[in-house]
Design a protein around this ligand. Sequence first.
Ligand SMILES: C[S@@+](CC[C@H](N)C(=O)[O-])C[C@H]1O[C@@H](n2cnc3c(N)ncnc32)[C@H](O)[C@@H]1O
Length: 283
Amino acid sequence: MRFDDMSANQFGDDFYRRISALIYDRTGLSFNESSRFFLEKRLETRISSLGMTMPEDYISFLMFDGDSEREWDALITLITTNETYFMREERQLKCFREDILPELARKNPGKKIRVWSAGCSSGEEPYSIAILARECRHVTDQMIEIFATDINSRVIQRAKDGIYGDSSFRAVDEAFKLRWFVPEGQQKWKLKEEIRKKVTFQRFNLFDMDRYSIFAPFDVIFCRNVIIYFDLEAKVRVVERFYDKLAEGGYLLLGHSESLISVTEKFRLVHLANDLVYRKEIR
Ligand SMILES: C[S@@+](CC[C@H](N)C(=O)[O-])C[C@H]1O[C@@H](n2cnc3c(N)ncnc32)[C@H](O)[C@@H]1O
């Protein structure tokens, strides 16, 4: 079937099965029948902007073209959901500042506390972490290292720029904005350099299993509202890697709608003063 013969949401079943399998193998993102309309709409836009008339040509392009890496990058920016905002899931962040950070600082004096925001989108999560660390009287700037990664290169660039609009501030008050940001043009705010410089951003695909070796162990991994887009098998693979990358006694913080039930029994669910969190046992 030619692409220009079709209206939206009318790719053939075979094409949809093949393209969603390709995307899954690459990213872990699971597009089933219920997300078919979403994915087909984005593919339709992308394929026609490339001037292709046969959808199958797009599959060959992704698989074999010398420029396929660049195309994957473009496709990923279209199909990932990047919704995020400052101080999202506040109770858990309070737990990080008031329970986890003081404990880590007390137990390993002199050792840097390493934190990873995995699937950081445009940076609101890791920058919230950096601000919370700044507010925690048990740690100094020198005691903490924050890494932040995402598969989507466009959001990583936005995170590095550190410029935000209203929707990023939906869960914080005006005092927060005035304390940590300066006005930037029309209705935008730029995060102060003192916080921006605390976070190291890098593009990283959580489904790229061979690349985890680039990271030294972490004390805390935040992976919130990311694995909800994975199927069970992908969740298992990624969470196993998190387990390997956590120091003993380290914490894994998932989104509140996410759990490790039927994913793995390796972590212990612990009740800290402010929240329930997953922890890698100390052997
Ligand atoms: C909904 S956002 C969550 C952002 C933030 N963690 C929060 O809770 O506010 C999900 C992010 O996961 C990223 N993501 C999806 N699949 C990924 C993968 N395989 N590797 C790395 N990041 C991925 C998306 O690009 C997106 O920015």
